[in-house]
Write a new protein. Structure first.
Length: 462
């Protein structure tokens, strides 16, 4: 029977047998070491073991080695090694300390394929979860960056999105150690991304292999490795995922290319769902014509602002605005010109307030302005007078010069109420008093809610 057992049994094992001395250097590796790590036994013997360990795993690998030398039997320790070709190998170790020889005896089992499959399945699940939970694209992109980083070196990662109508490219997410985020530009200004998006094909550039059809690299400092994958959807390519490597530790291969291609399908779907959810949310909260907050969003903001004003003991003002004789524009120039006028009015109102204030369209030709954190009633009066003044200039509607005047009603917290419905009612009543008194003026609600006080209109014709 012993004749059937070859003397070099260790050489036949698929796992690699390794012996490491007390100084951490390989003194023996079996032939399978080359299959797993890429180094021949002659190249490995004498090398410090820790030099081959992936940088992020070195600290815990050294701790595990110390425990083994202290007599602990290690049965299932997993870490990553950098193969001779630069690729990452996932290894599960069984090891023990041989006291009389003062060496560590270990067996390395290659679990790279298993880890690859597990990581890919986990990544797909995580991307789906991220798409469900992300409130906006910024949050989604950050989560996707983290997920891809579990599969590939992703220190330098960008998401490029293509806007088809003006044919431009933007980088809403860009992490790069050498280059700042590019500004939005024509798609063809970025040769690499343009190649990926227009052709819908993955592009991998390495120092060793440069496809003859590849466009030129970006400006210096140029990456050693560039991997771009199109974000394919049923409607076409919406952008690209881009990975760049400036060192050999962040090198990419054909296998990495295939992996990112597979993941990109899930990423494209996640981006589409998040964009759709954002569009639906915008449609529910914003006026589709002027893109101002609609009535519901305005009421939500007012409901939040009132308790804040009470806590901080600041003034809160409402300006209710109605356009005088707006119907005449629709009747004489048509509804398309009336819609354009409403858009122009919205823009002028926004120019009269702070970024922290709210301008909303309630419907028709009625607008409302919410002013928060005011120190005095004069602030609301100043904004109202500014609105009157800005309406002096006629509106240009595709060559038609249209004069439009506003009637403005003002109500303030706490003088005119502490409930949103009451405050809005007083501002509405003041606006109608302004309109019934000739329009093109500002009327402030009285102490009892009656519209009594008219503000002067310096420079504004009646």
């Amino acid at each position: 029977m012993t004749a059937l057992i070859p003397p070099n049994m260790v050489d036949l094992l698929l796992d690699a047998v390794c012996i490491v001395d007390a100084q951490g250097r390989f003194v023996y590796v079996s032939p399978s070491f080359e299959r797993i790590f890429g180094y021949t036994p002659e190249e490995a013997v004498g090398r410090p073991m820790i030099e081959m360990v992936y940088s992020e795993d070195r600290e815990r690998t050294l701790r595990a080695a110390q425990n083994i030398m202290a007599g602990t039997l290690q049965l299932h320790f997993e870490n990553r090694y950098v193969r001779k070709d630069g690729h990452i190998a996932h290894i599960r170790w069984t090891a023990r300390w041989v006291e009389d020889q003062q060496v560590r005896l270990a067996v390395a089992h290659d679990i790279t394929e298993r880890k690859h499959t597990e990581s890919l399945q986990a990544a797909i699940y995580s991307i789906s979860e991220a798409a469900q939970g992300a409130e906006d694209l910024d949050t989604l992109f950050a989560k996707i960056h983290h997920i891809i980083g579990t599969l590939l070196p992703a220190s330098n990662f960008s998401v490029a999105l293509h806007d088809r109508l003006p044919d431009t490219i933007s980088f809403p997410y860009h992490v790069d150690e050498r280059h700042p985020a590019p500004t939005p530009s024509p798609l063809d200004a970025d040769a690499l991304c343009s190649h990926v998006i227009r052709k819908g094909q993955t592009l991998l550039l390495t120092p060793d292999s440069l496809p003859p059809t590849a466009p030129p690299m970006a400006s210096a400092p140029r990456p050693l490795y560039w991997l771009g994958v199109p974000l394919q959807t049923p409607a076409g390519v919406l952008g690209a995922l881009v990975l760049q490597g400036y060192s050999e530790e962040a090198r990419y291969s054909e296998r990495d290319k295939e992996l990112l291609q597979f993941v990109s399908t899930q990423v494209a779907s996640a981006i589409e769902r998040t964009q759709m959810r954002k569009r639906l949310q915008h449609m529910a909260q914003y006026d589709q014509l002027t893109h101002l907050p609609n009535r519901q969003l305005f009421l939500d903001r007012l409901k939040t602002a009132l308790p804040r004003a009470q806590r901080e003991q600041t003034l809160l003002s409402l300006l209710f605005i109605d356009l005088d004789r707006f119907k005449q524009v629709n009747d004489s120039l048509g509804h398309s010109m009336g819609d354009l006028l409403l858009q122009r009015v919205a823009q002028r109102l926004l120019e009269c307030v702070r970024a922290s204030d709210t301008v909303a369209r309630l419907g028709g030709d009625e607008f409302v302005v919410l002013l928060e954190s005011s120190d005095s009633a004069e602030h609301a009066a100043a904004v109202a007078e500014k609105i009157l003044a800005t309406f002096i200039q006629p509106f240009d509607l595709h060559g038609h010069q249209v004069t439009m005047r506003p009637s403005i009603g003002v109500a303030m917290h706490p003088d005119h109420g502490s409930e949103e419905s009451l405050l809005l009612s007083h501002a509405d009543a003041a606006m109608y008093r302004s309109k019934n008194s000739g329009g093109n003026q500002v009327c402030v609600a009285g102490a009892t809610g009656m519209a009594l006080q008219f503000l002067p209109r310096p420079g504004a014709p009646h």
